[in-house]
Design a protein around this ligand. Structure first.
Ligand code: 26W
Length: 824
């Protein structure tokens, strides 16, 4: 401690001082008495109180960073899917027990207040949640990091079902205010858009290009604490909010341009208004490019001008920072840094490019060609004319280099160019990232291999050393310690609590898989988690499920490649076989099939699949002849908060994408770490999960990626598969007959047509193998001792999937950043 430490009572960790702080926040912060305080008042006061306790660590972290100037990782991401903050902040500040006791004494239930928090859903799915796990791990590992992103006023839409169809509602997460953010309007950064570029000659007679934007927007930073677990380090997440520079442009106003002035304001404030809900199919929307440039330009200016010392020699930038590009969304940062150095600081192109090539690294999160972002040059040039020039120049020099390396091979040059010519001239952001980045990584072993050998193979041939893998991970704090307190208690009792910071220690549980008493306790905890999940579903969604059935979960974005329809065909087939008498009801294990999935609002087929799942669900759930043995539960608006309830309760984790399509998956890791067994294809990180947990503790099915490629090459006929498998045919025919749509044969026709027509993701081809694997699941589940043994081994052998390990890999393979311990 030194004399700059804030004089908060917060350093005393006692119930009395906590209560004092809490009441002070309630009275002075909210202006209410305890007996008149609303639940929101109490939640706000609690959050503010917890925030006090983290403040010393935050200020200390900033002070140390300013003094030591250690290398920083800047994680640039258009999405941070944070989830609720209170629990994590209680955990990292070590206040869980104290807060509970203090509130108890005041007659307030901590658990009730936790439910008040609306999660910040500033992301679509895997990519955004991964960013949140990574910043948690970096803080925990004591690595200096700034997360940079966008403070969307509306996060991912709130999903509702009307007659089984998805309806999108705005996510008003800020309606009651957020107690976790620190706005700094005085540090706003100005960003330009549009306009033109001029040649200018400065005082020294040097010619340069000068961008004259047509409009400007202010970026106001909002800081969020990112506290590490078991350390005093509190890193920063800085999210940008767009504002009009002046409330009204007075001159325009006086000239009678009221409308024009208001329009400018609207233009500015629209930029951070809403998260694009498309995940994997970029729409090429102008506003999306505005968002991307907005947050990237703010972040670069912020780092160069506010984070670095005034006198810093930018030639040494690579010693101070790596900008990690979370997919292509922030790749416009590359020409922006060039512009900062060349246009604004008068550097030579060569010097600027030399530095630029040492500070960016690019993570790719997909294999679907349609998910790779491409910006038409007309659009990009209109919005960012100078950046387009810079991109053209980067490409020109790159193509020269290519022609030297591959003389006469114009086909290769065309394939690798940053500029595509068809169907319209456009910038391939993944190529730009690969050319500019010093490293390119995939997110699981198989994915990185496919990136190297297929998607970016020309680049990997040219620069083999650029390509690397870092397998994704998830934070054990949120997804084990907080989400599954009972299992965490059992684990800690067995091996101590070192696993929370070093998840590889879970391997010490292995021998306990053979201990009957441990298995029984493990089983009891799973059973209790199911009862709790059932309670939440009832309260949240009015859905009733048995507290003791097998919980079979498929939760992820709705996408054809993930194959929710394959899961559905299995359910329909079970139902059909029971109905026809082929399968005796008594032989079927009671199961709850849980779905959670949002569809991109413009993805019509995905929405029809949702409607079909709901239709099948209502029919099955209403069919008394099943005696409640099969249930379909599809709670609307699956989010991080619900995940934290479902995952600890799950027995079976469905990871059934077509091999070669799912880059990694991270839900698969969360389930395994909570003792669910996986039924899955050889895809993404499933490959590594199976390798680690062992074949006998994993239900593998389906074609491998090379088999998929072979079938694609030889010609795949879904019709032929349909015709040759009587169970599959019966299931599809049952849907077509209108059995789930009150006799209407047209309602679900588009889904069936997609399957029988092209079946792009070969669900029918893997059906038989999937159903066989499900039969193995049923048989194995009946042997509850064997199942428990496998579940424990899944936990014990999944320590690798901690995002802490991912961060160590990034440090070793990419960043060269090092932990900086805080000594106070
Ligand atoms: C609209 C443009 C667009 C394109 C791609 C938006 C979002 C994306 C993301 C790349 C989609 C995404 O979230 N990818 C997922 O990233 C996870 C974290 O690496 C992986 O685990 C998933 O397999 C991958 O689908």
């Amino acid at each position: 401690m030194n004399d700059m430490t804030p004089p908060v009572a917060a350093r005393e960790h006692t119930v009395e001082s906590f209560t004092r702080e809490f009441l002070r926040e309630l009275n002075f912060g909210r202006g209410v008495d305890l007996d008149r305080a609303s639940a929101n008042d109490k939640y706000m006061a609690l959050a503010r109180t917890v925030r006090h306790y983290l403040m010393t660590g935050w200020l200390e972290t900033l002070r140390n960073q300013y003094r030591d100037q250690a290398k920083v990782v800047a994680y640039l991401s258009a999405e941070f899917l944070l989830g609720r903050q209170l629990d994590n902040n209680l955990l990292t500040s070590n206040l869980e027990g104290i807060a509970r006791e203090s509130l108890d004494q005041l007659g307030i239930s901590l658990d009730d207040l936790r439910e008040v928090e609306i999660e910040p859903g500033l992301g679509n799915g895997g990519l955004g949640r991964l960013a949140a796990c990574f910043i948690d791990s970096l803080a925990t590992l004591d690595v200096p990091c700034i997360g940079y992103g966008i403070r969307y006023e509306y996060g991912i839409f709130k999903q509702a079902f009307v007659d089984g169809h998805q309806v999108e509602k705005p996510d008003t997460w800020l309606a009651l205010g957020s107690p976790w953010e620190f706005p700094h309007p005085e540090n706003a950064v100005t960003v330009g858009f549009g306009g033109h570029v001029e040649d200018v000659t400065d005082e020294d007679g040097v010619k340069r290009r000068d961008w004259v934007p047509a409009s400007v927007v202010n970026g106001v930073p909002y800081n969020y604490m990112v506290p590490g677990y078991g350390t005093n380090r509190v890193n920063t997440l800085r999210l940008w909010s767009a504002r009009a520079p002046k409330a009204f442009n007075l001159q325009v106003f006086n000239e009678g341009g009221y409308e024009e002035a208001v329009k400018n304001q609207t233009f500015a404030e629209n930029i951070s208004k809403v998260l694009y809900p498309e995940d994997s199919t970029p729409q090429g929307k102008e506003l999306r490019l505005q968002q991307q440039y907005f947050f990237v330009a703010c972040s670069i200016a912020d780092f160069l001008c506010n984070v670095l010392p005034q006198d810093f020699d930018l030639h040494r930038l690579p010693d101070r920072i790596t900008w990690q590009l979370n997919d292509t969304h922030p790749v416009i940062a590359v020409p922006e840094l060039m512009r900062q150095l060349v246009d604004l600081r008068g550097w030579t192109w060569e010097d600027a490019w030399g530095v630029t090539q040492k500070v960016f690294a690019y993570t790719c999160h997909t294999l679907l060609p349609e998910a790779l972002e491409v910006w038409p040059v007309d659009l990009l040039g209109k919005l960012l004319p100078r950046h387009l020039e810079i991109i053209y120049r980067i490409n020109e020099l790159f193509l020269e280099e290519l022609r030297d390396t591959y003389p006469g091979d114009e086909l290769k040059v065309r394939h690798m160019s940053i500029i595509a010519e068809h169907p319209v001239r456009a910038v391939r952001m993944a190529h730009l990232a690969t050319v500019a980045g010093f490293k390119v990584n995939g997110v699981a072993a198989l994915h990185s291999e496919l990136l190297r050998d297929k998607v970016l193979s020309d680049f990997a041939q040219l620069w083999p050393e650029k390509f690397t893998n870092v397998t994704n991970g998830v934070t054990p704090r949120r997804f084990v310690r907080i989400a599954n307190p009972s299992m965490s208690g059992l684990v800690t009792e067995a091996i101590g609590d070192g696993w929370i910071k070093d998840l590889s220690q879970l391997s010490r549980l292995e021998p306990l898989a053979e201990d009957a008493e441990f298995r029984r306790r493990f089983r009891d905890i799973k059973a209790a988690n199911k009862v709790e999940f059932a309670r939440v579903l009832k309260e949240r969604d009015g859905i009733e499920i048995a507290g003791d059935a097998m919980v079979d979960a498929m939760v992820k974005r709705l996408h054809e490649y993930k194959r929710q329809t394959l899961k559905l065909l299995h359910i329909v087939s079970l139902y059909q076989r029971i109905g026809s008498g082929a399968l005796p009801l008594e032989s079927v294990t009671p199961r709850t099939f849980v779905f959670g999935a949002k569809a991109a609002p413009g993805y019509a087929l995905a929405k029809q699949i949702i409607a079909l799942i709901n239709a099948v669900g209502s029919t099955i759930n209403a069919d008394a002849s099943l005696e409640g043995r099969l249930k379909v539960a599809f709670p609307a608006n699956y989010n991080v908060t619900l995940a934290e309830k479902l995952i600890p309760a799950a027995d079976l984790s469905e990871q059934i994408s077509l091999a070669g399509k799912e880059a990694s998956g991270t839900g698969n890791m969360k389930f395994a770490l909570n003792g669910a067994l996986t039924i899955g294809t050889d895809d993404g990180a499933n490959v590594e999960i199976r390798e680690l947990v062992g074949d006998e503790n994993f239900f593998l099915f389906g074609m491998s990626e090379p088999e998929v490629a072979d079938l694609e090459a030889s010609g795949y006929s879904p019709e032929a598969v349909y015709a040759s498998d009587p169970d599959l045919k019966a299931a599809i025919d049952l849907i077509s007959s209108g059995a789930f749509s009150g006799g209407d044969r047209t309602l679900h026709e588009p889904v069936i047509a997609a399957l029988l027509g092209e079946d792009r993701f070969m669900a029918l081809a893997d059906f038989r193998s999937y159903v066989d694997a499900q039969d193995r699941v049923e048989a194995y589940y009946g042997d509850f001792e064997a199942w428990s043994r496998s579940a424990i081994l899944n936990v014990a052998r999944s320590g690798f999937f901690s995002s802490d390990r991912s961060m160590v890999d990034y440090m070793d393979r990419i960043w060269g950043a090092k932990p900086v311990k805080q000594n106070f």
